[in-house]
Design a protein around this ligand. Structure first.
Ligand SMILES: *[C@@H]1O[C@H](CO)[C@@H](O)[C@H](O)[C@H]1NC(C)=O
Ligand SMILES: *[C@@H]1O[C@H](CO)[C@@H](O)[C@H](O)[C@H]1NC(C)=O
Ligand SMILES: *[C@@H]1O[C@H](CO)[C@@H](O)[C@H](O)[C@H]1NC(C)=O
Ligand SMILES: *[C@@H]1O[C@H](CO)[C@@H](O)[C@H](O)[C@H]1NC(C)=O
Length: 652
């Protein structure tokens, strides 16, 4: 029924029937192209200061009861200024708002250009949210236009009709956000009511989570308006291959708004030279002697991108409607063969990091200076890859991974799944939709070489077998071109999901959470652990996390826990073992973590998790230099840069 209703909403898209049936059916039916300007498309970013109001009522439901979306938010009661994008948690001096759980209201008034609203042009105006954590409902001028579950993926709604109905008037966008997590959300959480009235006030509750980062909330990525003509390019799917010295680009374009159209495609190289052309909604382009998309440090021009310009000419109600969209394309291949991960036929070794989208004041809000600083640190470090621990990162970050050749293991927000309640069919259905939304968003990105469907689930529980098989199977059916993994910290013999992955990713914290202080046990324990995983499953293995908390400026020699010396020594013990195993089956190592980050408060966390090799302010600890030395050595060993004629060596 939900699917039917939503299909109907799409058919009636221009009549703006609010799509109340939820998001699930839409994931498969509509595209989610990254908004780009073109002669037929305009963008208007709505970043800046929004009005904000948290709902402090007992049930957090006053905003709905009093319909705060019906009039300007300031007329409902006191509002404050709130930046977008940002988490609301770190902005004010109010400790209650920092730890707030429930609904908060955001509002912005914008004046769309008059040329967008001429009815006879049929211009589509789309409101797009890059990410709102966790649950969002959106109104325009008091009319609900969409809702979305899940904090890290984009969603949008066409709002043209509503704007045309109020020409010359500001358009009022209201977004209500709920950061409450349940056993069936991704990530999951629970609300615990404390009913001992000798210890807690009436109605007192806390939100519990079992993941190790702060549940920052709010509008985390840009909100924008963009336009398309009435007949438009809705989605593009590109897959690439190499046949001898010819690059192959298979494409599928989906058009909406007209059944009468013609479509041309032109492929330009990075210098703007046309290298191939095509027409029609699906086909294949051939590129003689292509420059392949190579990872950073594997080629003189890492991250080489072609531009695929798609041009549409359609008729709508007897009028011509033209659209164009330019999709970056990296030509590359990925294969997992025996114990190797091959990019363009060449063994790839992941020497990289795990990250968080985390900073002091903005929380998880997109922060351009931080984004660029982090890429510069990655390149300084000699890192060629990262995992988007533990949720999809901003599209703006993914754009730069494509352009710089930073390889990505793209992880969905399934983290903290520790209870059997997290493995039921309700969680599973949502998980499948999240994977569809993630693939829809990132499928054309050459930097994305593998999907990670979860981090450290309780994969030794019985229901985890069916659950993992279903999620991984579904992911492979939606995207047959990329390997799939999840990250395990379960016992190798009891892990129920490992049979279904292409690459085994294992986390371990020897001489930290186990045998704390005993660096001397690492070599034996790590070696045994890795051999056990390999002997049981015969698949390539990535050491997907290892590390130690370190307070910058703490020193101790001989090394003691929390000192910079201890973190460096621990890393070196791990590296000794990884150097043996990478000759056999280990295909990568990702440090936990790139930088310190915020967590819930607890007795083992000192203003957050301190396992960064950089501080939260992005200054290096001693371990950063240990890792830099190692990563450049690894890069030099595997690089194709040394021989003068790298193409002969690098190209398959
Ligand atoms: C939103 O917040 C309320 C109050 O905190 C909670 O009870 C409810 O389950 C949440 N609803 C959704 C859809 O997330
Ligand atoms: C595609 O190319 C053909 C042939 O050059 C041309 O007639 C047609 O108008 C073009 N269509 C679009 C949408 O550009
Ligand atoms: C989940 O759905 C599957 C397939 O419909 C069914 O076999 C299984 O029993 C269900 N599991 C639970 C816990 O309801
Ligand atoms: C890696 O190679 C570069 C260029 O040849 C060289 O400058 C650098 O010292 C090497 N680094 C290591 C750690 O071997």
């Amino acid at each position: 029924m939900a699917a039917l209703l939503c299909a109907l909403c799409l058919v009636l898209a221009t009549s703006l029937v609010p799509c109340r049936a939820g998001h699930s059916a839409r994931a498969l039916q509509e595209g989610m192209l990254y908004p780009r300007e073109s002669p037929s498309r305009e963008l208007k970013e709505l970043s800046g200061i929004w009005s904000f109001r948290a709902d402090w009522s007992q049930q957090r439901d006053a905003g709905f009861a009093e319909q705060w979306y019906k009039q300007p938010l300031r007329q409902s009661g006191p509002v404050m200024d709130m930046p977008v994008p940002a988490s609301f948690n770190e902005i004010t001096q109010d400790p209650r708002l920092r730890g707030y759980v429930g609904w908060v209201w955001y509002e912005k008034e914008v004046l769309p250009p008059g040329r967008w609203l001429r009815k006879e042009d049929g211009t589509r105006v789309v409101l797009r949210m890059g990410s709102v954590h966790y649950y969002a409902i959106v109104w325009v001028n008091g009319v609900q236009v969409t809702e979305h579950e899940g904090g890290h993926l984009p969603f949008e709604a066409e709002i043209s009709r509503l704007l045309q109905d109020a020409p010359g008037k500001p358009c009022r966008i209201t977004i209500v956000v709920n950061n409450t997590l349940s056993p069936h959300t991704l990530p999951p959480g629970t609300i615990q009511y404390m009913d001992d009235d000798s210890m807690y006030p009436k109605g007192y509750f806390v939100q519990n989570t079992r993941f190790d980062f702060f549940n920052y909330a709010g509008i985390h990525r840009p909100v924008l308006l963009y336009t398309t003509p009435p007949a438009y390019i809705d989605d593009i799917t590109v897959t690439t291959g190499v046949d001898g010295n010819v690059g192959l680009i298979r494409y599928l374009v989906s058009i909406r708004g007209s059944a009468h159209y013609s479509l041309n495609l032109t492929l330009h190289d990075a210098d703007g030279v046309t290298v191939a052309t095509g027409d029609g909604p699906d086909g294949q382009l051939k590129v003689p002697n292509p420059i392949l998309w190579w990872p950073y440090l594997m080629h003189e021009r890492p991250g080489y991108l072609y531009s695929l310009k798609v041009t549409l000419s359609a008729t709508v109600d007897g009028r011509v409607s033209e659209d164009s969209y330019t999709q970056p394309v990296g030509i590359r291949t990925i294969r997992v063969v025996d114990t190797q991960f091959l990019i363009n036929g060449k063994p790839f070794y992941f020497h990289g990091v795990n990250k968080h989208e985390d900073s002091d004041i903005r929380g998880k809000g997109l922060d351009w200076p931080l984004v660029l600083k982090d890429f510069n640190l990655l390149r300084w470090l000699g890192a060629n890859s990262f995992r988007t621990s533990h949720y999809p990162y901003a599209e703006e970050i993914m754009e730069l991974c494509d352009a710089y050749g930073i390889v990505v293991i793209d992880e969905c927000p399934a983290v903290g799944m520790k209870d059997s309640k997290n493995f039921g069919n309700k969680s599973l259905q949502h998980h499948l939709v999240v994977m569809e939304e993630l693939i829809r968003r990132d499928k054309n990105r050459p930097s994305v070489v593998m999907w990670s469907v979860a981090n450290e689930p309780a994969s030794d529980l019985r229901p985890a077998g069916y659950y993992c098989r279903t999620v991984i199977g579904h992911t492979k059916s939606v995207d047959p071109t990329r390997p799939v993994t999840y990250v395990s910290n379960a016992n190798y013999a009891r892990d129920q999901g490992a049979p279904y992955v292409d690459v085994i990713c294992v986390n371990s914290y020897f001489s930290w959470y186990h045998d704390p202080g005993h660096l001397e046990v690492i070599r034996l324990q790590l070696s045994t652990r890795l051999d056990n995983w390999y002997d049981t499953h015969r698949k390539p293995i990535i050491q997907s996390e290892y590390g130690a908390d370190t307070i910058a400026g703490f020193h101790a020699d001989p090394p003691l826990m929390f000192s910079e010396e201890y973190q460096s020594a621990l890393l070196k013990e791990y590296h000794a073992v990884l150097d043996q195993k990478r000759k056999k089956y280990v295909i990568g190592e990702l440090i936990w973590n790139f930088a310190d980050f915020m967590t819930e408060q607890g007795t083992t966390r000192v203003l957050g998790n301190k396992k960064g090799i950089f501080t939260r302010q992005r200054q290096p600890k001693a371990s950063a230099f240990v890792l830099k030395e190692r990563y450049w050595k690894l890069a030099n060993e595997s690089s194709c840069l040394t021989p003068a004629k790298y193409d002969d060596v690098c190209l398959p």
